[in-house]
Design a protein around this ligand. Sequence first.
Ligand code: 13P
Ligand code: SF4
Length: 360
Amino acid sequence: MSARSSMSSCTVSLRNPSESREVLTRPSSAIDRARRVKRIKKLLKAEDAVLVAHYYTDPEIQALADETGGYISDSLDMARFGHEHSASTLLVAGVRFMGETAKILNPEKRVLMPTLDAQCSLDLSCPIDRFSAFCDQHPDRTVVVYANTSADVKARADWVVTSGIALKVIQHLADCGEKIIWAPDRYLGNYVQKHTGADMLIWDGACIVHEEFRAQELEKLKLQYPDAKVLVHPESPPAVIDLADVVGSTTQLITAVKTMSTRRFIVATDNGIFYKMRQAAPGKILMEAPTGGVGAACQSCAHCPWMAMNTLQDVEQVLATGSNEIRVDPHTTQMAQRSLQRMLDFSNNQQVNVFATGNA
Ligand code: 13P
Ligand code: SF4
């Protein structure tokens, strides 16, 4: 599938998840878009910039990254790519913590974002003052935080982890006899605790997108499509995770679609990921896991409202004006680098692939 044709539409099912149909996601007219893309290409060159987008951004943003030699991946791999790429400016399309992580790992580069208002409910649930006070009450515990946190929270932590490596890091810490503070996602925390038996104090945060997936409705859909495999991101509720054939990070779910021989998949994560899944495995049938249930106006609304705030218009505007620059103070950068680096070193030693291949 060409980047162009895959940009123009995104298959999502709205009222009935069992009936996938083609709809345009935040469409620009083809001519408007072509003009804008031309201007953006020029600006990227003039500003020595590269576009790095998250899998959950709208298809037209991901297509722009494809068309301009940019990159689409998960949050940490976006930062790794930014580090390896020669561009002096990284334009990060995603949510705030992703821009901050890119800046922390690439302090010498200018990091811009299409919008600074794109937040994350996990990050918002874990303000540094409350979190730090909680950690202070438990000085005997190792502090492990998910990547979906602010720079300040990462700086307060001993470890940062992504969903792709959380199980292995927590298992390692439990084997060393360490007691853990985990923040902020309680569902991922509970999942990891269940599988490792670690002694964990778990913060009470949740992702507003994944929290909405419904086990009862998913069971019905499974009965309707017994041939389908169910792929679930571990930010989902436990009853949904229990129905999964594969539980994994965004990158791991894309790999599953690509490598499993199954033709049909029910996917419990943000539907922005379908853009990459289709590229990775053309011809496979992808269905959204249900969120609403009987009587709901929308039976699947699996798209992060903050990710959706990234638009082509803002990409152009930010490149033209240099606005929306991410800044992280040097002390916070240094402390957060330490906890991020622990994860990177661990993954290298364990040969755990926390990163995508780029063209998963
Ligand atoms: P990744 O770390 O896999 O990119 O996921 C980020 C996220 O926001 C999941 O909801
Ligand atoms: Fe945060 Fe959930 Fe949006 Fe991911 S999908 S950025 S976890 S709110």
